[in-house]
Design a protein around this ligand. Structure first.
Ligand SMILES: C[S@@+](CC[C@H](N)C(=O)[O-])C[C@H]1O[C@@H](n2cnc3c(N)ncnc32)[C@H](O)[C@@H]1O
Length: 324
């Protein structure tokens, strides 16, 4: 069972450092998500958007730059506080473009700037400040007033929710006909399925911290229900919270989308080729020059191939644009 209080606690504990990213994994993930959203975003004004599990508002702020009237909600109140602070500093004419997240790498600063510029080209009037609030994705009231043109649910939000089927039904109900859902989830069939097994033979040198039993459970064929892994969240208090996260497969998602009247318009895999390097290494705060150069090469190659077979099917995350 995934406990929402534990999910909120783990994310709240990260609030102060959530937007400061030192590793190689997350900037690549976020830049790809944001690029995908901007590429597929309808180019019309006076549009409304909802950000489900908005965290510190990364996608909400991107959509606001694109001219959307955005509402965003999350279980974690401390992340909502950060989102509200960022919103209060937003310049409505978009002349000063603060980075969505901070990274020491200049390449990530430039990529974010280019993405915000591309988003701003879609906007005709001033930026409308997003409206953020604390709410639960499993409650229908959180989606008021509904009829949204765009809904985003990115950053593995659905992987933290036990009632994912019910939430997809509510999301679909809150989209207007012809509206778009941008969904990004944890994906089961990636190299990160094999690395933990190799890690066991390497006596844990890669740092996956998974038992042989857990690894076999995720590798073994399973019924319709997507399996869960336990992800350790290290809190600044020194405490470690083990949060279960669901790993979806394209085979389980496709019938779900159909059931809820959502049509696949586009999709891609994230961290497929880059996952040739174990994710535990890419999550490290400090990385050497050789790792950085190798990663830059792999991520450039992945960018070219991420919507093509087999790359999109092998992403550690999968991102969809779904039309109602
Ligand atoms: C990894 S964060 C992603 C946040 C943001 N979308 C991003 O891309 O940075 C996952 C978020 O999902 C939120 N979340 C998980 N379950 C939720 C639920 N039932 N209702 C609302 N938010 C939820 C968590 O609190 C957390 O902020």
């Amino acid at each position: 069972m995934i406990c929402s209080a534990q999910v909120a606690k783990a994310h709240n504990a990260m609030a102060m450092e959530y937007d400061i990213i030192h590793d190689l994994w997350y900037p690549h993930l976020l830049n790809t998500i944001h690029d995908f959203i901007i590429t597929h975003l309808p180019n019309q004004n006076n549009k409304t958007a909802l950000d489900v599990g908005c965290g510190t508002g990364l996608q909400s702020l991107l959509l606001a730059h694109a001219g959307y009237k955005v509402k965003g909600f999350d279980l974690a109140d401390k992340l909502i506080d950060v989102a509200l602070l960022k919103t209060s500093q937003l310049d409505s004419h978009g002349k000063h473009m603060p980075q969505l997240y901070k990274s020491p790498q200049i390449k990530n600063k430039l990529t974010q700037m280019a993405l915000l510029k591309a988003a701003s080209k879609l906007r005709q009037g001033p930026i409308i400040k997003p409206d953020f609030f604390v709410a639960d994705a499993t409650s229908e009231e959180s989606y008021y007033p509904g009829n949204f043109d765009v809904i985003v649910c990115c950053g593995s939000v659905l992987s933290f929710i036990d009632k994912y089927d019910q939430v997809l039904a509510i999301i679909s109900g809150a989209l207007r006909k012809g509206g778009l859902l941008f969904l990004e989830v944890e994906h089961r069939f990636s190299l990160d399925l094999l690395w933990p097994l190799i890690d066991i033979f390497l006596h844990g040198a890669l740092g996956y911290r998974r038992s042989f039993r857990e690894v076999i459970k995720t590798l073994a064929p399973c019924s319709q229900e997507p399996p869960k892994i336990v992800f350790p969240f290290f809190l600044s208090t020194g405490e470690c919270l083990d949060l279960p996260m669901r790993l979806f497969s394209t085979n389980c998602l496709s019938p779900l989308f159909k059931k809820h009247g959502l049509k696949e318009k586009a999709r891609l895999g994230i961290h497929s080729i880059t996952n040739i390097i174990p994710s535990t290494i890419l999550h490290k705060q400090k990385c050497g020059k050789i790792l950085k150069i190798t990663f830059a090469g792999l991520s450039t190659l992945e960018k070219k191939l991420n919507d093509k077979w087999p790359c999109w099917k092998l992403g550690s995350r999968i991102m969809y644009a779904l039309e109602k």
